[in-house]
Every structure is written in structure tokens, then in C-alpha cells.
Design a protein around this ligand. Structure first.
Ligand code: H4B
Ligand code: TYR
Ligand code: FE2
Length: 561
């Protein structure tokens, strides 16, 4: 009974779709930040019904502590989903595979396996119809052989038993401890048999690993990424983990009215299309009051703790009557303000976006901004981005030219990057744009948006509690982090210019085989993959160079005349 319940639970929380699979990115097994995965509506709804029951027990005045524990636990389960296969358990026994062939560890037969994304694709393809199941599939398997080459004979025999055809075979001495050889075997066989072959190989103790490699139609396809600002209409995949509907620790979890309001505002983002004006929101008195509390605290703390560039832009936003204490600025006004200063614009976002989508928009100098307001009970720290975070945290620096360029460069580097690289880029983003500290006349200042919008965390960051390290992209990009509590480590940049320079050098070591460039006239990202395109660009730059040189000449002429 308990096993069945656990199985059911796993099925409910399994992620059935992946952004990466859909768009042809090289996969990885598990993500540090869950960034490129997204949950289907189905998963979300099932989660919701589980939580609904729990919510019924909590009243609107808050959650008791026993309940909070359950919430944390539940949240963790939902956040680290694995895609499980619930159907395979007995099938290895009915195939042609004789136990003696390769399966010599019957004890492992009942174990659940975590499927890689390639295996999920294969399985999905096979499950479409009986014909699809029998369709012949080409695939490459990487087998880590613990023992000598003798295992090869058994591999070949097993493939033969599954009516597979070996098309290529190569081996190499393995570098892994406890593994003698790696074998790469390319086969073609029916999908159903291929799945069973993988399962039966995995049951053998002869192998330290059995991996289905990306199949051709995944790895050779150029991954999709937005080429024009209007393509961002498709870059709105959400991470639902901190939504008040689904996160029992969210201050709005037990507040039905709050959740309704948030949903209503999020609808605007779902309906928004490139070129639309951002609809205004008539914020309630209570929402404006929450803004005012945070705004006034930022005003108090800013002179001492915020970096120079933030303060300068903040002043301009006040002068433009956009930042005022008593009302929440409208995104459309903010967008127009930014456009004039750095060319950045805003689009409404319905919640926490996947890192891939979020970063991609920065390449177009578009910032995806939430529009709903944090819960009135927790003005000084909230678990998901809200418009107070975007407005008081991000907007001022997006009006700074140097910072705007740094943001865009992270965005450009993310286009077409592999999942592990997205993970690194979002980690850099995390420790700079969200939580960065910088030096100013030997003093420590905050420039990270999540510090400037969360007074609680700002004071923590500048206290003697956390560890401070120098920003160095190579090491910063692999530093694990969590997004539940205050950070234990912060990175300090010498200056924006220095951070940008270091970042640029580091990005050039990334594996993407092409360069991209944003053309602001067309709002298009161009892949620099032909001599023609480069020649046109060089010609344009030469023209610009001529103007600049002329300008210098004229200025000098004026000076010396
Ligand atoms: C890129 C990085 O993961 C970063 O934390 C992103 C993720 N998604 C987001 N989504 C929204 N709406 N707002 C944000 O500030 C962010 N930050
Ligand atoms: N903690 C931030 C909001 C935030 C949440 C999650 C993030 O990923 C970023 C920012 C605040 O209170 O203002
Ligand atoms: Fe943010």
C-alpha cells in the first residue's frame, strides 16, 4: 500500500516534458537550479490538488509549525523530480534474454531507474502507438565495462537476442576507477526492444554505467532560440515552485484572496504579445501601502549601502515622477523610461521564469518583469520575484549603460548554450545581478537586485556573518547556491567594468561553436556564421569609425584654433 502510494506520488510529480527536449538542447541528468525544465499544467494541477487538502486545514491567519514542516518536505519532493518508469519491472524476464547472457544480478531487477532525457524521449516515442513501438530506431549506447573485453561477446549476443543490428562498435580504456573499458555501440532495433535492452544491460553487475546517448535528431539539430524580440512571446515558461498556490511556505499560501489577485494579474502576462502596451493595474490601497513600506526603507538605507550607479538612476526615476512613495509605478511608464536611457524595455511575466527564458530576453535588452505584489504580511522578504523586487531591485541599474550592457552580454551568451552552460550563466547572474556586492572607495556597496529589494537580506549581506569572495567567473559560476534563505556567500566585484571584462574573457571559453550579435535596428539576433554577414558588419563599423574619427578631428580643430 505504502509502495503504491509512493509510486503514485512519483507519477504525479514527474516532469513529463522538458524545455530542453522540445528545443533540441543537449541534456543533462540533473540540474542545480532546475532551470531548463518546466512543469506541465497536468503536473501543476495534480500538485495543486494534493496541496488543496493541506490548505483546507490551514486557516488564513497562518500555518502552524507542524504544518510548516510538512510543507518543507513536500516542497522538496516537488522540486527535485525524477522521471520514473513505472512499467518496466517484469519485462526483462519475458524477452529473449537468457539470464546467463548478461543479467547476473537478479536482486537489482526491482530497482527504479532514473531515466535520462534521451530515454524519456525514446519511451514517449514508443508509447504513441503499437506501430511506433515497433519502429526501428538508431541509437548509440555507452557501456562502462568493469571487466575485460569478454563482456563484449555477451553484449553482442544480447543485442542479437533483441533482434538488434550492430552498426558500429568501438572501445577505449576507461579513465574511471573500477571500469576497465568503455564501449560505444551503435545499434538499430525496434524501440520497444531497445528500451528492454537498456534495462537488461543495467541489471548486470558487469557494467558501471549504461547510457543511451543523444540520438541524431536531437544532437545535430541547431537548438531553437529566439532570433527576434517578438520570439520572446514563446519564452515564458514558468518555474512554479515558489508560487503561492504550490509553495506552502509562501506567505500567501493560505490566503485565497491573495492568490486570486496574483492569478488575475498573472493572466495579463500570459495574454501579452510583442508590441502591446503593458496594461496598467489599478493597485489596491493595501498593495500601494506595501510598496510604500519597502520604498521608504530603501530610501533610508540607500545612501549608505547602495552603489553609486544605483543611487544616480534612482534619483532620475524620482525626478521623472515614476518612483514616488505612495503608488506603485506602472510597468509601461518604467519601460518607456528605460528605453530612453539604455534601450531596455519591459514585458510582463507571470512569475519566476526558467533561467533559459529569462536570460534569453536579456539578449534583446528586454527584461521580463512580474506585475503582482508580494503579500502584505512579508514586505521585507518574499520567496518569489514580485514587482517590488523588479522595480526597486532591478530597474535602477537597468537604466545604467554599463550595467545594461553587462546584462545583455549574459543574455547573448545564453542563446543556444547547453544546459550545463545555462546553469553556469544563471549562477553568475545569481551572484552578480541578484546578489552582487561591489567596492567603492574601499567600502562595500550592494548592487544586487535581491539585496536592494530585501532589506532583511541587505543587512545580512553587509554584516560580518556571510563569507565574502572576489568575483571570478570561473569559480563563481560553479558555486552551488540555494534560493530559500539568505545567502551564506557573496561575491565582490571591483567595479562593473571589471566584472564585465572578466565575464567577457570567461564567456569566450564556452563551447558554443558560433558567435551572435544583436542588431538594435531590427531587434534581431544575428548568428555570425558567414563571411558575407561579417563583411557587411565590418563595412558598417568602418562607416561609424569614420564618423568617430571625424568627430575627434573637429573637436581638436576647435581646441587648437
Ligand atoms: C537567471 C536566474 O536564474 C534568475 O534568478 C532569474 C530566473 N527567473 C526570473 N524570473 C523573473 N520573473 N524575475 C527574475 O528576476 C528572475 N530571475
Ligand atoms: N527575495 C527577494 C525576491 C526574490 C525572490 C526570488 C528570486 O529568485 C529573486 C528575488 C525579495 O524579497 O525582494
Ligand atoms: Fe531578480
Amino acid at each position: 500500500m505504502a509502495v503504491a502510494a509512493a509510486q503514485k506520488n512519483r507519477e504525479m510529480f514527474a516532469i513529463k516534458k522538458s524545455y530542453s527536449i522540445e528545443n533540441g538542447y543537449p541534456s543533462r541528468r540533473r540540474s542545480l537550479v532546475d532551470d531548463a525544465r518546466f512543469e506541465t499544467l497536468v503536473v501543476k494541477q495534480t500538485k495543486q490538488s494534493v496541496l488543496e487538502e493541506a490548505r483546507a486545514r490551514a486557516n488564513d491567519s497562518g500555518l502552524d509549525s507542524e504544518f510548516q514542516d510538512a510543507a518543507t518536505h513536500n516542497g522538496n519532493d516537488a522540486n527535485t523530480p525524477t522521471v520514473e518508469d513505472g512499467t518496466q519491472q517484469d519485462e526483462t524476464k519475458n524477452g529473449h534474454l537468457a539470464d546467463a547472457d548478461i543479467g547476473d544480478d537478479a536482486g537489482k531487477a526491482d530497482e527504479d531507474y532514473t531515466l535520462t532525457e534521451e530515454e524519456v524521449i525514446l519511451q514517449n516515442a514508443a508509447s504513441e502507438s503499437p506501430e511506433a513501438e515497433q519502429a526501428i530506431q538508431q541509437a548509440a549506447l555507452l557501456l562502462r565495462m568493469r571487466d575485460g573485453m569478454g563482456t563484449l561477446a555477451r553484449i553482442l549476443k544480447t543485442i542479437d537476442n533483441y533482434k538488434g543490428c550492430v552498426e558500429h562498435l568501438e572501445t577505449r580504456p576507461s579513465q574511471a576507477a573500477g571500469v576497465q573499458f568503455d564501449a560505444l555501440v551503435k545499434v538499430s532495433m525496434s524501440r520497444i526492444n531497445l528500451l528492454q535492452l537498456i534495462r537488461s544491460l543495467r541489471q548486470s553487475t558487469s557494467f558501471a554505467g549504461v547510457d543511451l546517448m543523444s540520438d541524431n535528431n536531437i544532437s545535430t539539430k541547431t537548438p531553437w532560440f529566439p532570433r527576434h524580440a517578438s520570439d520572446l512571446d514563446n519564452c515564458n515558461h514558468l518555474m512554479t515552485k515558489y508560487e503561492p498556490e504550490l509553495d506552502m511556505n509562501h506567505p500567501g499560501f493560505a490566503d485565497k484572496e491573495y492568490r486570486e489577485r496574483r492569478k488575475q494579474i498573472a493572466e495579463i502576462a500570459f495574454a501579452y504579445k510583442y508590441g502591446d502596451q503593458i496594461p496598467s493595474i489599478t493597485y489596491t490601497e493595501s498593495e500601494n501601502a506595501t510598496w510604500q513600506r519597502v520604498f521608504n526603507t530603501v530610501l533610508d538605507l540607500m545612501p549608505k549601502h547602495a552603489c553609486r550607479e544605483y543611487k544616480a538612476a534612482f534619483g532620475k526615476l524620482q525626478a521623472a515622477d515614476i518612483f514616488v512613495p505612495h503608488r506603485i509605478p506602472q510597468l509601461e511608464d518604467v519601460s518607456n523610461f528605460l528605453r530612453k536611457h539604455t534601450g531596455f524595455t519591459l514585458r510582463p511575466a507571470a512569475g519566476l521564469l526558467t533561467a533559459r527564458d529569462f536570460l534569453a530576453s536579456l539578449a534583446f535588452r528586454v527584461f521580463q518583469s512580474t506585475q503582482y505584489v508580494r503579500h502584505a504580511n512579508s514586505p521585507f522578504h518574499t520567496p518569489e520575484p514580485d514587482c517590488i523586487h523588479e522595480l526597486l531591485g532591478h530597474i535602477p541599474l537597468l537604466a545604467d549603460p554599463s550595467f545594461a550592457q553587462f546584462s545583455q552580454e549574459i543574455g547573448l551568451a545564453s542563446l543556444g548554450a547547453s544546459d550545463p552552460e545555462i546553469e553556469k550563466l544563471s549562477t553568475v547572474y545569481w551572484f552578480t545581478v541578484e546578489f552582487g556586492l561591489c567596492k567603492e572607495n574601499q567600502q562595500l556597496k550592494a548592487y544586487g537586485a535581491a539585496l536592494l529589494s530585501s532589506i532583511g537580506e541587505l543587512l545580512h549581506a553587509l554584516s560580518d556573518k556571510p563569507e565574502l569572495r572576489a568575483f571570478e567567473p570561473a569559480s563563481t559560476s560553479v558555486q552551488p547556491y540555494q534560493d530559500q534563505e539568505y545567502q551564506p556567500i557573496y561575491y565582490v566585484a571591483e567595479s562593473f567594468e571589471d566584472a564585465k571584462e572578466k565575464f567577457r574573457r570567461w564567456v569566450s571559453t564556452m563551447s558554443r561553436p558560433f558567435e551572435v550579435r544583436f542588431n538594435p535596428h531590427t531587434e534581431r539576433v544575428e548568428v555570425l556564421d558567414s563571411v558575407d554577414k561579417l563583411e557587411t558588419l565590418i563595412w558598417q563599423l568602418n562607416t561609424e569609425m569614420l564618423h568617430l574619427t571625424n568627430a575627434v578631428k573637429k573637436l581638436k580643430g576647435l581646441h587648437f584654433e
